[in-house]
Design a protein around this ligand. Structure first.
Ligand code: PLP
Length: 225
């Protein structure tokens, strides 16, 4: 077995079957993605629109592409024809653009609302109040080509497991709040995307339905090559 396949099997054993594994392939070459694909993985995550588009063009068309990184409004058009789920909706502006590009492509694009749960200011994400205002706005009621399927968040990059756990608990409580108040009858609102290589076990204990894992499968990323 190749190491990518071994790593995949190893990670899969640590994830319950009701939790979806999104393999984050950002910066990794086509050959690495193909190895994971040949081992049965069809769900991949990228954090840059143009990189995702390039990989989409070169790889098998049954791959589900997940956008996990901050998405600039002017890049939405590159992925709108094929993206499976956008985890990183962090502004009303980007949601508006996703709706517009989805309409152009005659499709409905599934989205998650990204919350800011970490201590670091550098991380993107919405606050609960902003999301509540959005969901109650007239603007939102006119969006016919997006479907909000849940929430996403990134914990602080730290060794402090209690801090990480508390941030995941916060995200899960936001999910519950939105589910109860805005999506109680909507079965497609069901996803909590949280957990990466360093913290996915805690995320699963705290209610994650989707983990986004890169380095544990492909090895460390090298941004200098
Ligand atoms: C890179 C990235 C991941 C995967 O990180 P690893 O630590 O390599 O597992 C998950 N989510 C987001 C948003 C990312 O940018």
């Amino acid at each position: 077995m190749h190491s990518i396949e071994k790593n995949l099997v190893n990670i899969a054993q640590q994830i319950p079957t009701n939790v979806k594994l999104v393999v984050v392939s950002k910066t990794k070459p086509i050959e690495d993605i193909l190895q994971a694909y040949q081992a049965g993985q069809v769900c991949f995550g990228e954090n840059k629109a143009l990189e995702m588009k390039e990989k989409y063009d070169l790889l098998p068309k049954d791959i589900e592409w997940h956008m996990v990184g901050h998405l600039q409004t002017n890049k939405v058009k590159y992925i709108a024809p094929f993206v499976h789920l956008i985890h990183s909706v962090d502004s009303v502006r980007v949601l508006q653009e996703i709706n517009k590009q989805a309409l152009k492509n005659n499709r409905v694009i599934d989205c998650l609302l990204q919350f800011h749960i970490a201590v670091e200011e550098s991380k993107y994400g919405l606050k609960l109040q902003e999301v509540q205002e959005l969901l109650e706005s007239e603007t939102y009621s006119r969006f016919q080509n997006i479907r909000i399927c849940g929430v996403m968040g990134m914990a602080t990059f730290t060794d402090d497991k209690e801090l990480i756990r508390n941030e995941f608990k916060t995200l899960y409580s936001y999910y519950k709040e939105l589910k109860n108040n805005y999506f109680s009858n909507i079965s497609s609102f069901k996803e909590v995307s949280m957990g990466m290589t360093g913290d996915f076990s805690i995320a699963i204990e705290e209610g994650s339905t989707m983990v986004r894992i890169g380095s544990a499968i492909f090895g460390e990323r090298n941004y200098n090559v």
